[in-house]
Design a protein around this ligand. Structure first.
Ligand SMILES: NC(=O)c1ccc[n+]([C@@H]2O[C@H](COP(=O)([O-])OP(=O)(O)OC[C@H]3O[C@@H](n4cnc5c(N)ncnc54)[C@H](OP(=O)(O)O)[C@@H]3O)[C@@H](O)[C@H]2O)c1
Length: 259
């Protein structure tokens, strides 16, 4: 069960899956082989979305695509791209253009998390984190946003974090990237809503993923079992994507309640 807080608007989302007409939409998921990315990919494939998947690991991408093809006949394609390299981001765009033409939905999910004190971190950590967590989302939206505007339909889901709202010891770089992504996302809401392109900033607390395990290593007081499950969060994100009525949500903070 998810407890969620919507900062600017508070609307409960009623899923309209029954009337859904999303089959055949092209969705780009970055960081598709990570904990949340994998769950999102499997769920969206079940719902009939064509999927373009990225990761830094070829073997994991191949495994994920095979898994999807075992239960679904959606179109899939994938590309190995390290977002710390500009050239990889450009090659990814070319590959998407070649295979899918364009994408209707972008889920900016890939992220780097280096828990280090500011004094023990390096400029390289800073630049890599900003490249993956902020620059790649910017470049992808900058490229495919034109098509969404032209088509008068699109969805951009920026995966944020609770770290977008407060300072956290040993997370100065990560927090900075998520604050930046929040500002980016809120500005896109202002620019894109009029074109029927909905932009969401989804900010979960700790997740039951590999990244969540790093969080635990650095804060032994936390309890991994109390973290948000990627399966439940993915369902919530699907609800956001398929919502078609007039209410809009731009920012959601997601935690978990146990009862
Ligand atoms: N886990 C948490 O506690 C938590 C809490 C709040 C928010 N979030 C956010 O949730 C999202 C998903 O995180 P997760 O928990 O699923 O983490 P995860 O399992 O570590 O997955 C991260 C994904 O990012 C990709 N990635 C890492 N470095 C990259 C690079 N240089 N270039 C391109 N892709 C790269 C990884 O690719 P590979 O698969 O190739 O490694 C992986 O697919 C992230 O945006 C994260 O900031 C996580």
């Amino acid at each position: 069960m998810l407890e969620f807080y919507i900062i600017n608007s508070f609307f409960y989302i009623v899923t309209q899956k029954k009337n859904m007409n999303f089959k055949g939409k092209n969705c780009l998921i970055t960081g598709a082989t990570g904990g949340l990315g994998t769950e999102l990919s499997l769920l969206l494939a079940k719902m009939g979305f064509n999927l373009f998947l990225t990761s830094t690991r070829k073997s994991s991408l191949i495994k994920l695509e095979k898994k999807i093809q075992n239960f679904s006949n959606v179109r899939t394609s994938s590309f190995v791209a390290d977002f710390t390299k500009n050239s990889d981001i450009q090659k990814l765009i070319k590959k998407i253009r070649h295979d899918f033409g364009t994408v209707d939905i972008i889920i900016n999910n890939a992220a780097i998390f280096y828990p280090k004190s500011m004094l023990s971190s390096s400029l390289d950590d800073f630049e890599k984190s900003f490249s993956v967590n902020v620059k790649a989302p910017y470049v992808l939206c900058n490229k495919f946003g034109h098509d969404m505007k032209k088509n008068r339909w699109g969805r951009i889901v920026n995966i944020g974090s609770a770290a977008a709202y407060r300072g956290i010891e040993n997370q100065s770089i990560y927090c900075s990237t998520k604050f930046a992504l929040l500002g980016f996302s809120k500005s896109l809401v202002q620019e894109f809503s009029k074109y029927n392109v909905r932009v969401f900033f989804v900010a979960p607390g700790p997740l039951q993923t590999d990244m969540g395990k790093i969080v635990i290593k650095n804060n032994k007081q936390l309890n991994y079992d109390s973290f948000v499950t990627p399966t439940e969060l993915s369902k919530f994100i699907l609800d956001l994507i398929v919502y078609e009525k007039q209410l809009f949500v731009e920012e959601v903070r997601v935690g978990r309640i146990d009862f």
